[in-house]
Design a protein around this ligand. Sequence first.
Ligand SMILES: NC(=O)c1ccc[n+]([C@@H]2O[C@H](COP(=O)([O-])OP(=O)(O)OC[C@H]3O[C@@H](n4cnc5c(N)ncnc54)[C@H](O)[C@@H]3O)[C@@H](O)[C@H]2O)c1
Length: 269
Amino acid sequence: MAGRLEGKVALISGGARGQGRSHALRLAREGADIITFDVCRQLGTVPYPMATSEDMKETVRLVEDLDRRIVAREADARDLSAVQAVVDEGVAEFGRLDIVSANAGIAAFAENTWSITEEQWEEMIGVNLSGVWRTVKAAVPKMIDAGNGGSIVITSSTAGVKGMAGIGHYVSAKHGVVGLMRTLANELAPHSIRVNTVHPTGVNTPMIHNEFMDQALASPDFGGNLMNALPVEEVEPVDISNAILFLSSDEGRYITGVSLPVDAGFLGK
Ligand SMILES: NC(=O)c1ccc[n+]([C@@H]2O[C@H](COP(=O)([O-])OP(=O)(O)OC[C@H]3O[C@@H](n4cnc5c(N)ncnc54)[C@H](O)[C@@H]3O)[C@@H](O)[C@H]2O)c1
């Protein structure tokens, strides 16, 4: 049976592990070839271990096991020329670009907003907001040139819908990408390119399963940030991948400018 993305090409940022790897595999299973990049090194203000080159190799192996092609490179979403080089290489190899999942991101806690350091603020906004803009900036002209329409899905968060104590920089970036999405949805509609955000609640990835986050989330100040209505502590990466697949397939062909929570009812409480 033909997949829902047969013949399509998807760019995924932050594909070395976690949700990004899951998106690569889910979209590849539906027939897409994959272009991905990840910083694959530790950033100075991130308090938990980030992805490694080994993680990226594993993503490549898993996609190739599905008999799909993948161009995977190490690049920092904050470095436009590096991101552009990956996009250019992938599009030269596969001949088109249909789907963008701007997924790469970092998390961090501070006691409160006024104790966030300038370095923490700049790095958070640099990756989670400006990095998304750079990813889109590198990809959109290729999508327009190809003339096939397409879908861009930016990964925000429940923190892109409501305020949460202790993560003012994260909340600001995740709200910021909603404004970016709404603007792009208007700008790109004439090209039949749709733009949406997904808003996950806590997801079972190394971002929240590590010593630092275990401690932060155990605190009564922050623990409420991750309490769902449905009887599930967190969702799985594939739950977000399925939402991105739906938005990016023909089934979502008239959905644009929308913020889609995948939040086990968290925001409705
Ligand atoms: N895990 C959660 O609970 C949760 C909840 C809501 C939203 N999110 C968002 O989902 C997205 C994916 O996170 P995840 O849960 O898979 O975490 P993760 O830490 O497992 O994966 C994030 C990936 O992004 C990469 N990355 C970080 N900074 C980068 C940069 N500057 N350039 C390129 N790559 C970079 C990391 O190396 C890592 O591989 C993030 O945007 C995150 O904010 C996560």
